[in-house]
Design a protein around this ligand. Sequence first.
Ligand code: SF4
Ligand code: SF4
Length: 148
Amino acid sequence: MKQKITYLGRVYWSLKSLLTGMKVTLKEFFTPKVTEQYPENRKTLKISERHRARLIMPHDEEGNNLCIACGLCQNACPNGSIRITTKNIVDEESGKSKKTLVSYEYDLGCCMFCQLCVNACPKGAIKFSNDFENAVFDRSKLVQKLNK
Ligand code: SF4
Ligand code: SF4
């Protein structure tokens, strides 16, 4: 049989519920705020190293990269965000034909930042930068040539 709650009982449970809610509100009121004042704090803003903002191909001081034009990254990409153009050149020392990279095109506009391309690369030639300010007015500018 259902127990009847008295008027005072209802007042008690209502107050208890209200105070429980207010306890959470008060706790959050005194917790330090973490809202980023972007873009005013652009100079001091720290983005996590792990953040995947844009694919890049690092080059050394002489402008060389580690890419061997194997195409594994292009094959690993699920949505065709990478397009590699290669050509065969004859190595002067060995006389053998060798595939070299002509153009490495990356479409930031359709990349979904899965990192499958980076994981597939046997040479560590590509990686993600955390440089996140990549907005442009023209979508065609999102297609970037990564090799110099
Ligand atoms: S992160 Fe994923 S979607 Fe973007 S280029 Fe690499 S494989 Fe393609
Ligand atoms: S970036 Fe890496 S996986 Fe892609 S073609 Fe170059 S060496 Fe191969």
